[in-house]
Write a protein that binds this ligand. Sequence first.
Ligand SMILES: Cc1cc2nc3c(=O)[nH]c(=O)nc-3n(C[C@H](O)[C@H](O)[C@H](O)COP(=O)(O)OP(=O)(O)OC[C@H]3O[C@@H](n4cnc5c(N)ncnc54)[C@H](O)[C@@H]3O)c2cc1C
Length: 388
Amino acid sequence: MTRTRTAIVVGGGIAGPVAALALRRAGIAATVHESHATTADGVGGALGIAPNGRAALGLVGLGRIGAPMNAIVLQNHKGRTITEIRQPMEFSWRADLYRRLYDLTLKQGVQVHHGHELVDVRESATGIRAVFADGTLSEEADVLIGADGLRSTVRRLIDPQAPQPRYSGLLGFGAQVDGIGLPPTGDRMYMAFGRRAFFGYQTFDDGTGVWFANLPHPYLTWKEMRQTPNEEWLRVLGEAFAEDSVPALDLLRRTVPEDLITSGPMEDLPHVPHWHRGRMVLAGDAVHATSPSSGQGVSLAAESAVELARALRDLPHPEAFAAYEHARRDRVERVIAQAARTNSGKAAGPVGRVFRDALLPLFARLATPEKMAWQYDHRIHWDTPVAV
Ligand SMILES: Cc1cc2nc3c(=O)[nH]c(=O)nc-3n(C[C@H](O)[C@H](O)[C@H](O)COP(=O)(O)OP(=O)(O)OC[C@H]3O[C@@H](n4cnc5c(N)ncnc54)[C@H](O)[C@@H]3O)c2cc1C
């Protein structure tokens, strides 16, 4: 058997560092190459880490990061509670998760190179090298892992016809607010299908709170969203929630415009036909982006990164890539499809809203912990050998 000894990891977001740490645990030396010249400290909004993701992150040595959240209270636009879904989650700022992972990779001796934007690869019988935008090349390695996010270059190198992200019709916003003037929601996050947009919030004992909103809107890139001043977005969001009996307006009014996070268009990638080719393979959003509605983006990315390392530990890379895809594809595509159905409820038009509101109690009955166990109870058995 030709054992994998070295790996190039492209992308220093979440999946990349988790892959590097898991590879290291599997006895494979990995180097991370990130296109941004600097670290991503302070960038991004809030994310949910599901129990399955928490377990995968635990396998690479990352302990708890965020605030615990044990239930989601689902409401309609009148503020009437439709159901309470009991489900432990961890609520973290992306920047905190990123920094903790980054520190861990450095502590474990993994090299992270910034300003290395991969534009091409050179593959030979003995190995693969990354070609960067400045014309330099990486060291040769046995495999190259594309953890380069939603607009992955490695995905295009594997398959020039690979699909592009699909827009859900929703733009994402959020903020942290001080002095919220609302009672603490304890360990619960409240979420409401408003008449025109979707709203979620959680308030804490110290008088702070967080909120997020999903606004139906024609497609805008992240850059285009940022061209509109935050004051204007807060006004647009205020209009969207004006007729709803949920505390959206209170929280929007108390949001300092500079603190508004425009988290970008909500996109997914429901089916990528080719996950690997030759010595290249994909992980994380590059191959299975799910819209934030699933609360599983980070968790699935971490699971895949760990599963890939486990397969490479036990099998030569062609078999390892196939075993990895086999282990992951159905699961991730099922989560993505479920999140897309949730999005269609959030972006419903006037007629769709009537159906959605009528069906919400049914959806709620389908979202019991037992029915969701396939998502949350998934665990990776690191010590079990991977077979072809
Ligand atoms: C700056 C940033 C902020 C985010 N904020 C949020 C948020 O607030 N809420 C949320 O739900 N999700 C957010 N996400 C997405 C979230 O991190 C991912 O959905 C999830 O964690 C999966 O992680 P990933 O590592 O696969 O992808 P990502 O986290 O997107 O990481 C991909 C990394 O690859 C790098 N990269 C891309 N192309 C190349 C290339 N050619 N060469 C080298 N490196 C490359 C990117 O710069 C990035 O660091 C954010 C992503 C980024 C990059």
